[in-house]
Design a protein around this ligand. Structure first.
Ligand code: ADP
Ligand code: MG
Length: 688
């Protein structure tokens, strides 16, 4: 059987409860194998077989009062108002109001008008409630439905009508504001243009970005946004990369430089060789990852979810109890029945359940706009609770572009020979030091030999064969047991790379790397956010490590092999619990994985960093770390406020209901008010 997968965006989703019943309902459709609806992003994934068509799924959604958009079409966002719901809600309100006016002199007409208000305003509620009842899901539509029917039963028509009107108004407002929060993510997509200019047969043609293949050359004019990720092959310009890196300072771009979809070209014309298809551009992947981040739930969210699963049934049981036991003992059926209806309304955990996701989504989106890609709600929360931040040295605290400063030839070996051997081996190396040596040699047009059996030895160096003889380049660890290790002139706080064969050391190369200028500032800001310990862990020698650590103001661990780095991270974790490791993401991947939160620097353009880190900083800026911590603390605070507020209001109304003071419409109004407050509060994270 042929299976299809389709992602829809569902509009008008107002409550996590509704999301769950919708999921169940779709899964029950013939031909549908699986349906998964993520409430915070309103992304619906459906797996279906041959027996059913996409349009039928869309129709089913529409029947339930939602609007579905298939993912391909939401690249451009148009916000359509759910007109029907607005219309019905207003009519219901008018009926309610006129009924209220009539009630002064003609009660029967008033009752009729109230009933009309209930029918009109309750249309969508009833439809959703029926679906939920079918799937045995006691969601808020069912609870409200029961409350309204109950109100009619005891002839509280005004109450019933008010509940219906307020509830449908609440749903309208909630779905409107939730859509607004969700759209913040999708708005990132607006950054990328729909069409790009292509040169074909001497003519310039406009082509939809989706139809461009890897390897084609696109043209970007001054002021235009770049359509796809690629490499500049011709031209010179400055590009504002803010949509990707959060960095608003334009970056110089010329031949050989990478550019990203969504970034803005300033003054020159750039010819760009496309390196990724539209759906794989860095921007698209950022959006995708932010949306996916929702599935890694924040701890506070898990707490809320758990609470809600117990809370609702408990109150419902309590309501049933109230409707039966006291009337049997004391009579006064309608009074107790009414109180139990109020309890039913109060049993909806809506505001509580919304409180965390809306804040988390806002936090993730805010971060993404600033070039910080957080890959789970979990990490957003963890960043605010860190006790230790550990930095890698090369490429993290330092710029990662070391320069060769001096070369030594020991015994009778010439400097040139030492450089030749080192450069020939390092030609194959990915390590920044290796690259520095090769750069240095190439600049001086030094002869480079062919090598065989190249082997990189992580955290130590590399080796290879030249003319059938094995040579080694790397730290002194690689040469343990060799003579001549402590050549006195080498002790200067720079990285020392020894060059030798299997028997002796032939010479050494010194390289030094610039400390990032914001490093000290970033460390101070991190400390001021309540972090107890900031450390640097490096494979480099003690002297070099000390020099940098002292400048930046951190403790340090030096001369570590990759496995030692993991050990240190694990020890720190044992002692301090929440440890963040910051690295360049390529050779630090294991240590990043061992930490509570792994942060990779400069992730734009490097796939490994983007995929492996928990948080990827798209730019190379260390200050994004204290920024993310601040954002995290703010989100945590708002989540706490939201949870407290919703619990408090529920608690108060529970009390009022028990003493018979709360009315139905007050309960609905309180629920609506809390939900809206919680959403508004959560969205505050988007601004600052
Ligand atoms: P860091 O912790 O500073 O990122 P690494 O763990 O990657 O450093 O490497 C530790 C040390 O091993 C370096 O300081 C360098 O002396 C040596 N080294 C590693 N790879 C190479 C290489 N390809 N060429 C020369 N030296 C190397
Ligand atoms: Mg490194």
């Amino acid at each position: 059987m042929v299976k299809s997968n389709k992602t829809f965006y569902v509009e008008g989703l107002d409550c996590p409860d509704c999301a769950r019943s919708l999921e169940k309902n779709l899964a029950g459709m013939k031909g549908v194998e699986r349906a998964k609806l993520d409430f915070p992003t309103s992304k619906l994934k459906v797996e279906f077989g041959e027996g059913i068509k996409e349009i039928e799924i869309e129709r089913e959604l529409e029947k339930l009062g939602y609007k579905a958009k298939s993912k391909d079409f939401i690249i451009r966002i148009e916000e359509k108002k759910p007109f029907n719901k607005i219309f019905l809600t207003s009519i219901s309100g008018i009926f309610l109001l006129t009924g209220f006016l009539f009630s002064v002199f003609e009660n029967n007409v008033a009752v009729l008008l109230y009933l009309m208000a209930i029918v009109v305003g309750g249309y969508y509620i009833a439809r959703k409630a029926l679906v939920s009842v079918k799937t045995l899901n006691l969601d808020m539509n069912v609870l409200m439905g029961v409350a309204v029917l109950g109100a009619i039963l005891i002839r509280e028509y005004l109450e019933g009508a008010t509940v219906v009107f307020l509830f449908s108004l609440a749903q309208l407002l909630e779905s409107y504001s939730m859509d607004k929060a969700r759209n913040a993510i999708r708005r990132l997509m607006e950054f990328s243009p729909n069409f790009v200019t292509l040169r074909r047969g001497g003519k310039e043609v406009e082509v939809s970005v989706e139809n461009i293949k890897v390897g084609e050359i696109i043209l970007t004019k001054p002021g235009e946004r770049i359509g796809l990720d690629g490499v500049v092959v011709k031209g010179f310009s400055h590009v504002n990369q803010a949509p990707i890196t959060g960095e608003s300072l334009p970056i110089k771009k010329s031949k050989g430089d990478k550019v990203f979809a969504g970034t803005v070209n300033h003054e020159g014309i750039l010819e760009i060789k496309v390196e990724r298809e539209f759906k794989n551009t860095t921007l698209q992947r950022i959006i995708h990852m932010v949306e996916k981040a929702q599935t890694k739930k924040a701890p506070s969210q898990s707490f809320v979810d758990k609470f809600a699963t117990y809370y609702t049934p408990t109150i419902i049981i309590f309501a049933i109890f109230t409707a039966t036991i006291p009337p049997i003992c004391f009579g006064e059926f309608s009074k107790w029945f009414y109180r139990s209806l109020v309890l039913l309304v109060i049993s909806c955990p809506c505001a509580l359940v919304i409180s965390t996701p809306v804040t988390v989504v806002s936090g993730l989106t805010r971060a993404a706009r600033n070039g910080v890609l957080i890959k789970g709600g979990l990490y957003l929360e963890e960043m605010g609770r860190l006790k230790v931040v550990a930095f890698d040295k090369t490429g993290t605290l330092t710029r990662g572009v070391p320069e060769v400063t001096e070369i030594f030839g020991f015994n009778s070996n010439s400097k040139l020979d030492v450089l030749k051997i080192a450069a020939s081996i390092e030609k194959n190396s990915e390590h920044p030091i290796g690259k520095a040596i090769l750069r240095y040699a190439e600049k001086r047009n030094v002869e480079i030999f062919d090598v065989e059996d190249f082997q990189s030895i992580p955290g130590r160096g590399a080796k290879a064969k030249i003319a059938n003889k094995t040579y080694l380049v790397g730290s002194y660890r690689l040469f343990k047991g060799f003579k001549e290790l402590n050549a006195p002139e080498l002790k200067r706080g720079s990285t020392v790379v020894f060059v030798g064969n299997e028997k002796e050391i032939l010479g050494a190369i010194l390289a030094s790397d610039e400390v990032r200028k914001e490093a000290e500032d970033a460390v101070q800001k991190i400390v001021s956010k309540g972090v107890e310990k900031v450390v640097m862990i490096t494979g480099d020698n003690e002297k070099a490590a000390k020099a940098i650590a002292e400048r930046v103001g951190v403790e340090y661990y030096a001369e570590l092999l990759p496995e030692d780095k993991i050990k240190i991270v694990e020890e720190l974790k044992k002692k301090y619990k929440k440890v963040c490791m910051v690295g360049d993401g390529v050779n630090d991947a294991p240590a990043l994985a061992a930490s509570s939160v792994g942060v990779a620097m400069g992730a734009a353009g490097t796939d490994i960093a983007l995929e492996t880190a928990d948080i990827a900083l798209m730019s190379d800026e260390l200050l994004k770390i204290p920024y993310t911590m601040k954002l995290s603390k703010k989100s945590l605070r708002i989540i706490k406020e939201n949870i407290t507020l919703s619990l408090l209001i529920k608690g108060i109304f529970l009390g009022l209901a028990i003493f018979g003071i709360a009315t139905l419409w007050m309960a609905v109004f309180a629920d609506m008010g809390t939900s809206l407050m919680v959403i508004g509060n959560g969205m505050r994270v988007l601004r600052d």
